[in-house]
Design a binder for this molecule. Structure first.
Ligand code: 2AL
Length: 247
């Protein structure tokens, strides 16, 4: 089985760490196709960043589709372009926020999310509502760390300490039974945090890989009818013309 993991931000260091997290949990016989983006912002922490990341993301999905992957994973916690990717993909497309929130609900009555900058809190809150987890998502906390500070997550103890302090605060204040990591760049911290926090800590990259294996293994693919239908081909002009769909 071939699973494509797409990092929609342009940080090469983060793409590598995301690849490590995915390969750590992949089953024997699962090949991880790791795709960075050729164009886009270095990190995604605003609606504007997300808009700039979408063309590169859609190109990556098309590349995976042409190579016949069995599932795609969008490895950014804002789940950018998730429905658009599903509309054009043949195989299942998983977003790490949706995957992680589902996993958290299978493990505890309620969960909290720890994210990067304060401005990303409302994005995670909006997704929790969109996915139907308004009750289960207790609260979203910001660590105050920009996404790019997490490039050093695997090696810098100060990054670990700051994320841990935020996680301890979330568990203490919210009484939540599970914790969701709100950025793909936090994946290298997951095992270490699990070891000290006493609640399940969910990294969406790992969980999305396992769900991708499960969905594809069950013979499921992307919807191609109703509200999942492939968009109609139509003229696309200007700098976006390369993205026009053909029939
Ligand atoms: C993210 C993420 O996972 N990747 C990225 O660039 N931004 N999430 C976040 N909360 O800032």
């Amino acid at each position: 089985m071939k699973i494509q993991i797409i990092n929609p931000n342009a940080s090469l260091a983060m793409t590598e760490e995301i690849g490590h997290a995915a390969r750590r949990v992949a089953a024997q016989g699962t090949h991880i196709m790791l795709t960075g983006t050729a164009s886009g912002p270095a990190s995604i922490e605003s609606a504007f960043d997300e808009a700039l990341a979408l063309p590169g993301l859609m190109q990556a999905v098309e590349q995976g589709r042409r190579e016949g992957v069995h599932a795609h994973v969008v490895a950014c916690f804002g789940d950018p372009g998730l429905q658009a990717a599903r509309e054009v993909a043949d195989a299942p497309v998983l977003g790490i926020a949706q995957a992680a929130m589902h996993a958290a609900c299978l493990l505890a009555p309620r969960f909290s999310v720890i994210t990067t900058l304060q401005r990303t809190v409302s994005t995670a809150e909006r997704l929790a509502r969109l996915y139907g987890f308004e009750y289960q998502c207790r609260r979203v906390h910001a660590t105050g760390l920009p996404v790019l500070a997490l490039e050093a997550a695997a090696t810098d103890d100060r990054v670990f300490a700051q994320v841990r302090a935020c996680a301890e605060r979330a568990i203490e204040e919210d009484g939540c039974g599970a914790l969701v990591l709100g950025c793909a760049g936090m994946a290298p911290l997951c095992a270490r945090l699990s070891g000290v926090l006493g609640v399940p800590v969910i990294d969406g990259v790992s969980v999305a890989v396992k769900l991708a294996e499960a969905l594809s293994g069950a013979g499921l693919s992307a919807s191609k009818r109703g509200d999942g239908a492939r968009p109609e081909a139509k003229p696309v002009t200007g700098i976006m013309s390369a993205f026009a769909l053909s029939d």
